[in-house]
Design a protein around this ligand. Structure first.
Ligand SMILES: O=C(CO)[C@@H](O)[C@H](O)[C@H](O)[C@H](O)COP(=O)(O)O
Ligand SMILES: [Zn+2]
Length: 195
């Protein structure tokens, strides 16, 4: 296969995964946005975490809320848990890598917050345990995963499972649904503010 054909094939795969999103997944994205908007309106916050490419997604989405997605509006409270490299390396070194997110969840998460654990396999221990701990602290836990949700499925309140088992294709859908969620939250908060 030529490299151009390979580019086309990968592009078609990415598009096919997005086309395969069920109505249930679209409804779940809308539900996550409603929960996030309600939390922000109540002065609560959004907390994002994930590993590797999903860490990039976590900080990307937190940045959309802190800065601006598409509308001019006040900054919104959102954090990504891997961005303090001193905390990440110290916790991993002293307590083990699996504790990196759960320990920070214990420090930051309060009742009414919404947490977003991102894992393409759904099985990364640090993400699974941080989702579960956030729930016990009174947060609403959303998991962004691949097909089936893995162990995250039973650790969260709301599962956003992209219908694929290919890590990069799942990540591409995660950032798409994350952007959609940002737009829905901005619209919801702007409508309330009469903008
Ligand atoms: O971005 C990629 C692959 O596209 C990798 O960095 C990937 O995120 C890492 O292998 C992660 O450790 C995978 O973890 P998870 O998504 O299964 O929780
Ligand atoms: Zn990637």
């Amino acid at each position: 296969m030529s490299t151009t054909a390979q580019v086309r094939q990968e592009l078609e795969e990415s598009i096919a995964v997005k086309r395969a999103w069920s109505d249930a997944l679209c409804a779940a994205v809308a539900q996550a946005a409603e929960r996030a908007a309600a939390a922000l309106r109540a002065g609560k916050k959004l907390v994002f975490f994930g590993n590797g490419g999903s860490a990039a997604d976590a900080q990307h989405l937190a940045a959309e809320f802190l800065g601006r997605y598409r509308r001019e509006r006040a900054p919104l409270r959102a954090i990504a848990l891997h961005t303090n490299t001193s905390a990440v390396t110290a916790i991993a070194n002293d307590y083990g890598y699996d504790q990196v997110f759960v320990r920070q969840v214990e420090a930051w998460v309060e009742p009414g917050d919404v947490v977003f654990g991102i894992s393409t396999s759904g099985d990364s221990e640090g993400v699974v345990s941080a989702l579960a701990r956030a729930r016990t602290l009174g947060a609403f836990a959303v998991a962004l995963t691949g097909e089936g949700g893995g162990r995250c499925a039973s650790a969260c309140d709301l599962l956003l499972a992209v219908p694929s088992r290919a890590t990069p294709r799942i990540q591409e859908s995660h950032i798409t649904l994350g952007h959609i969620l940002c737009g829905l939250v901005e619209s919801s908060l702007s409508e309330r503010a009469g903008a």
